[in-house]
Design a protein around this ligand. Structure first.
Ligand code: CMC
Length: 429
């Protein structure tokens, strides 16, 4: 039986269909509301609005559940690798061994970046943030790899997806090397995805980089945990920009720009900067907690709170474990981890954080992990972007294949001045 919701306006009752997701979540379908009733809905920040029906990621913020294509993220972090998880997100199923090998071969085949693109990298000012560089370079990929009319649409999409997954990783490492004035290290055919990235970042003609399997595992976990998170700000940006039927490079470039923000992907960098300030303050976290609670102070405790998680972010738990493991193995003492642990302990007991349901999110420990792997601070958000790529791609693919596809065009409630006449400049007070 189709459930409906009733809405009463000026004595008239209208019925709206209720749709139910596969995990039982319910939504009122208001898509015909304006047409039938002449009203729109108002929901700043989309807190109560579902933008699409999706079969990619299930997230329950109250119970702290995150699953990709039905598989709990905890199981993927433990058993899978990033490339396999990317395949799962994009294609809907885990690959067979044959499919995975083929996918890995394709990623290897597309891992080089057009040599002419180096000139682009080299002419960015040294002060440019790597996220700005990355979004520009991803957009520029279309110019270097134009559509070929002989290819079917499906072939074009598949090749673009593979290029993006492979080249973004190469470009990220390349931008780091160029930024440092070092020789660019090319991808190696014999190395898998994450190991290859670490090698491109840290190998040098005068000091060979020794690949550590535990760091490779930690990086795979980091990327798997970031691989998708349903309709977050950057994914919504990819869907929105993609809905205008721009090419996939342009849509992903928009996602990278959205991710750059400190309230989204930029938070991992902001957390480490905040922990650094606490460290410089002699480890005294109390003024930071006080500022976060002060209504008149815009300061927020970075790495805390989430739009959808009202309990501990399941990704943060796995990230914290990965941090402990890597730092334990490196036997390197990082005061940031101590400060993070202490801050978490204090905040979780504080009535302000309890009442506001503020728990550590993925970014709280991810920066400490990236530091342990050796990733420089200004590359943190780029690391998030590489991880989120499969999510963006799968969400974009789903949106363009959606039978209910429409260009996205929200409404507004106009609150500006009513009609008035143009005043010539000499008559304006
Ligand atoms: N520190 C102090 N107070 C906070 C914080 C925080 N980190 N986060 C939210 N609050 C308070 C906020 O002041 C507000 O209080 P009140 O109701 O008394 O005015 C209340 O909690 C609700 O905040 P909101 O801004 O309406 O919540 P939101 O769902 O719009 O924002 C958020 C979510 C993630 C932007 C926010 O929690 C925040 O700014 N956190 C810090 C930045 C951060 O860690 N971002 C990474 C998010 S996880 C990575 C990702 O998925 O992108």
């Amino acid at each position: 039986m189709q459930h409906t919701a009733k809405i009463m306006i000026d004595g008239k009752t209208f019925e709206l269909p209720i749709i139910t997701g596969s995990e039982g979540e319910k939504a009122i379908d208001i898509s015909r509301l304006r047409q039938e009733i002449g009203l729109v809905t108002y929901d700043p920040g989309f807190a109560s609005t579902a933008n699409c029906q999706s079969s990619i990621t299930f997230l329950d913020g109250e119970r702290g559940i995150l699953r990709y294509r039905g598989i709990p993220v905890e199981q993927l972090a433990e058993h899978s690798r990033f490339v396999e998880t990317a395949y799962l997100l994009i294609n809907g199923e885990l690959p067979t061994q044959k499919e995975l090998t083929r996918f890995s071969v394709l990623l290897n085949d597309h891992s080089l970046v057009h040599e002419d693109m180096r000139a682009f990298f080299e002419h960015f000012p040294r002060s440019a943030h790597p996220m700005g560089i990355l979004s520009s370079m991803v957009n520029a990929l279309r110019a270097f790899y134009p559509e070929i009319p002989e290819r079917t649409e499906e072939e074009e999409i598949n090749i673009t997806v593979t290029r993006l997954l492979s080249k973004v990783r190469t470009m990220a490492a390349m931008s780091y090397k160029i930024f440092r004035g070092h020789k660019v290290i090319y991808p190696r055919e014999d190395l898998p995805y994450a190991a290859n990235f670490l090698n491109m970042m840290f190998d040098s003609p005068v000091r060979r980089y020794v690949i550590d399997k535990d760091l490779v595992k930690a990086l795979n976990v980091f990327w798997i945990l970031h691989a998708d998170h349903e309709q977050n700000c950057s994914t919504a940006a990819v869907r929105l920009v993609g809905s205008a039927k721009v090419n996939l490079y342009a849509a992903i470039s928009a996602g990278i720009c959205a991710l750059w923000g400190p309230l989204h992907g930029g938070a991992n960098q902001a957390v480490v900067e905040m922990l650094g300030q606490i460290h410089e303050n002699g480890g005294d976290w109390a003024p930071f907690i006080a500022r976060a609670k002060d209504k008149n102070d815009p300061f927020r405790l970075m790495g805390f709170g989430h739009r959808v998680y009202k309990t501990y972010d399941p990704r943060a738990r796995i990230m914290k474990k990965a941090c402990d493991k890597v730092l334990g193995k490196l036997t390197r003492h990082d005061p940031m981890l101590d400060i993070a642990r202490r801050l978490e302990e204090v905040a979780l007991k504080d009535p302000y954080f309890i009442d506001h349901h503020l728990y550590p999110n993925i970014d709280f420990y991810s920066g400490v992990l990236l530091r342990a792997i050796g990733i420089p601070l200004n590359m943190f958000t780029v690391m998030f972007a590489i991880g989120r790529l499969p999510g963006w791609i799968s969400q974009w693919k789903e949106s363009i294949e959606d039978p209910n596809w429409k260009i996205q065009r929200p409404r507004q409630i106009y609150i500006g001045p009513n009609e008035r006449d143009y005043v010539p400049i000499e008559e304006r007070g």
